[in-house]
Design a protein around this ligand. Structure first.
Ligand code: GAL
Ligand code: ZN
Length: 685
């Protein structure tokens, strides 16, 4: 992103933006006036229009019908509501699929995915790409200068339903992508290890996508396929973006992400858009879903390098796509929304404005529910609008954070390829376990790529990094040498970017850094665990480790390797690198990370550096500017807690002198009287 793009970083909407997907085409025009009146009443400042309007905007190829959208745009402009205008390309209309049957996606098993739902398109289809760029261009020409337009919303949730397409058109595109990556077949054969199982390719046309095979397919082919699919959707995004950029160079462009979504490498994508936006939904079956909300929010902030981001979609209450769809409890919407703001969101939006009467999502909650405005949901929506106004000054501030978790999509794809030592090594689960422990300790984290500049962090956590480049491994090593503290989990550093094993002993790329050498893995059966000498337990994994510089922190007591080292510590340069060879139980993970935070001078709830000393279930995050700091405290428990702070609580406009009692389920946003000194990194002097 070049420096001259900074003016496009945020839509022209003041304070914390508030709004929803607005789908007026589902309603007779009489309803529209009532809609905007209610929007004004609730304080709505931005709506996303047209996400699924292709069929109505382009009734037949190249013939556009903009009348209804003109009236919607004008109405919103009159009421000073900004429009994040969608390019409407996420769901081609039935006429399009009929005219271009080759544009329909094909599953891995070879089944055609028919129209009748949404997203029935192949990302490689030249017809789809041309038609979507044309529609984006028609919209940009018509509305580029419209006073309501504040942002472009390209497509919708790329890859959500159709994350890969195995058709012949995609196969051709895959070959072209491989030619660009490898140049020649010699290099490809080498990278893919095709000497194994008689897979040598003599002609590019012999290469196909990893379609259904008799047994596990070539791992590097599968890994490259994932890279290709992410890039293929990115090309779709770029094609639309270029058209919009040319017509409206001053309007920011986004596309909505889906949190930790495996198929798309959002780190690469975020560099290509002006502002990061995300859709987040609570999972009813997840007892820690408020923690995982925080995790998704931290990931989004990190993708945009700490800049404010947009919560593009959440639900006011229940969704309709889980097996059992829980309504939100009273107060939960407020808490969840302010969690997002605490973690850097400067916009809180919903799917959708008015609950549909018909269609596949009619039982999904909305800002205006089926029951109308005499409803708990509407009252909570209105009061959320007021809360966001009360904390408007927070907009633009940055989240304070001095711990990073390393996150990498290719490493995720690679570690979950078939035929590995254990199917229980699941990337997201391992990251989540580390994240949960830090959340419980009250530590805010950024997510970073393995090759990122780590100098601002006191502690770096690697929950899983099976695949790593030499360059990234050197980066992590020099971080520690320079005084950083790092903790790395098992089955990391194992392969290079071609998924070829690093020889000479595991953990390959990290042998020197960690001061250990591993000869053999000893994974555990699903229901087994191993006891550790410090009283903890491990699951999933153990390994036979030889010390080559590290010292032992604790050992296995039982399992396949009684007495062998389980956790090690290695001083490297001015820093320290820990190695954890098993999946620790939660209490042991908390204890280890608490120790490490203490050593690295990281503030936690439980050490004296912390902003408050409090019970578990309390979330604290600080956002700051050069001159002000805002302490968010979110009480997820069912009892009152004491918060240590001095300043002004913005939601209630009350002065806080030394301490504050925060009721069950309540939230405080305190503008601190004396912003605490910015933390400096341990080990650097
Ligand atoms: C999102 C999507 C919306 C709506 C929502 C329901 O995936 O972008 O259009 O379907 O989910 O939760
Ligand atoms: Zn295809």
């Amino acid at each position: 992103m070049t420096a001259d793009s900074s003016h496009r970083r945020w839509p022209r909407v003041p304070g914390i933006a508030f709004g929803a997907d607005y789908n007026p085409e589902q309603w007779p025009e009489e309803v529209w006036a009532a809609d905007v009146a209610l929007m004004v009443e609730a304080g709505v400042s931005m709506v996303t229009v047209g996400v699924f309007s292709w069929a109505l905007l382009e009734p037949s190829a190249g013939e556009y019908e903009f009348g209804w959208l003109d009236r919607v745009m004008d109405l919103l402009a009159e009421h000073h509501i900004g429009v994040d205008l969608a390019t409407a390309t996420a769901s081609p209309p039935p006429w399009f699929s009929r005219r271009y049957p080759e544009s329909l996606p094909v599953s891995r098993e070879g089944h055609l995915l028919w129209p009748g739902a949404r997203q029935a398109y192949c990302p490689s289809s030249p017809d789809y790409r041309a038609a979507s760029a044309n529609l984006a261009s028609a919209l940009a020409n018509r509305y580029g200068a419209h006073p309501a337009l504040v942002m472009w919303h390209v497509n919708n949730e790329y890859g959500c339903h159709t994350a890969e397409c195995f058709c012949d058109v995609s196969a051709r595109s895959f070959r072209a992508w491989l030619r660009a990556r490898y140049g020649g077949l010699t290099r490809l054969n080498d990278a893919w290890g095709t000497a194994f199982w008689s897979q040598h390719y003599y002609d590019w046309d012999e290469i196909v996508p990893p379609r259904l095979t008799p047994t596990n397919g070539n791992p590097t082919q599968n890994l490259d396929w994932r890279r290709f699919c992410s890039d293929e959707f990115l090309d779709c995004f770029r094609a639309e973006r270029e058209v919009l950029r040319a017509a409206t160079p001053h309007i920011p462009i986004t596309t909505n992400f889906m949190g930790p979504f495996k198929p798309i490498d959002y780190f690469g994508w975020a560099l290509e858009e002006d502002v990061v936006s995300n859709d987040h939904y609570m999972l009813g079956a997840d007892p820690a879903s408020h923690v995982h909300l925080a995790m998704a929010a931290d990931l989004m902030r990190s993708l945009g390098d700490g800049r404010p981001w947009i919560l593009m979609e959440q639900s006011t209450s229940a969704v309709n796509w889980q097996p059992r769809n829980l309504a939100k409890a009273a107060g939960q919407l407020r808490r969840n929304s302010l969690q997002h703001v605490a973690r850097g969101a400067d916009a809180i939006c919903f799917f959708q404005w008015r609950a549909s009467r018909a269609g596949a999502e009619k039982f999904h909650s909305a800002m205006v529910p089926h029951a109308g405005t005499d409803s708990r949901v509407w009252r909570e929506v209105k009061s959320l609008g007021a809360d966001l106004k009360a904390i408007a000054e927070v907009a633009g501030s940055r989240v304070e954070c001095d711990v990073a978790i390393v996150w990498d999509w290719p490493a995720w794809w690679a570690v979950e390829l078939a035929a590995h030592p254990s199917v229980d090594v699941r990337y997201l689960a391992l990251v989540t376990e580390s994240y949960d422990a830090l959340w419980r300790l009250g530590v805010t984290v950024d997510f970073v790529r393995p090759d990122a500049d780590l100098s601002r962090y006191k502690l770096v956590v690697i929950p899983s990094l099976y695949l790593v480049s030499d360059h990234a491994a050197a980066n992590l090593t020099s971080y520690v040498e320079g005084g950083g503290h790092l903790v790395c989990n098992f089955f990391s550093g194992i392969v290079d970017p071609d998924d070829a094993v690093r020889l000479g002993g595991y953990p390959g790329a990290f042998r020197q850094l960690l001061g250990v050498r591993v000869e053999e893995f000893y994974p555990l059966l699903e229901s087994h665990s191993v006891a550790l000498a410090d009283g903890g337990t491990g699951r999933i994994w153990t390994e036979l480790l030889e010390l080559t510089g590290a010292e032992v922190v604790t050992t296995y007591v039982d399992g396949p390797l009684p007495g062998a080292p389980a956790i090690t510590r290695h001083e490297v340069g001015r820093g320290i690198a820990y190695y954890v060879t098993t999946a620790l139980d939660a209490a042991t993970c908390d204890r280890l990370l608490l120790d490490l935070c203490g050593n690295a001078s990281v503030r936690t709830h439980n050490n004296t550096n912390g902003p408050i000393i409090s019970a578990s279930g309390i979330e604290t995050v600080r956002r700051r500017t050069d001159s002000a700091s805002y302490l968010f405290v979110i009480n997820h428990t069912d009892r009152e807690v004491d918060v240590t702070a001095t300043g002004e609580e913005l939601l209630s406009r009350t002065a806080v002198t030394g301490s504050l009692k925060l009721g069950a389920g309540n939230v405080a946003v305190i503008r601190e009287a004396a912003p605490p000194a910015l933390p400096s990194r341990a080990g650097l002097g």
